[in-house]
Design a protein around this ligand. Structure first.
Ligand code: ZN
Length: 68
């Protein structure tokens, strides 16, 4: 049984009048054009790509669960 997952690429369309700075929730790198949006634990997370999602699930999520 595969866990239901909502993941998609989101294209960023920055408005001219504002500076949009979206850091990856895993590596902290600022994502300029495309965000990998994933819902994890009911919260939306933004990554620079599926690779960072994997790292996040492997290293960050277990830590978060331990503190709850
Ligand atoms: Zn990243």
């Amino acid at each position: 049984m595969a866990a239901e997952q909502t993941a998609e690429w989101a294209t960023i369309r920055p408005q001219i009048w504002e500076t949009v700075v979206t850091p990856c929730d895993c590596c902290g790198q600022v994502v300029a054009k495309r965000l990998w949006k994933v819902e994890i634990g009911g919260q939306e997370r933004r990554f620079c790509g599926p690779e960072c999602e994997k790292l996040y699930r492997a290293y960050v999520v277990p830590k978060l669960e331990r503190t709850q």
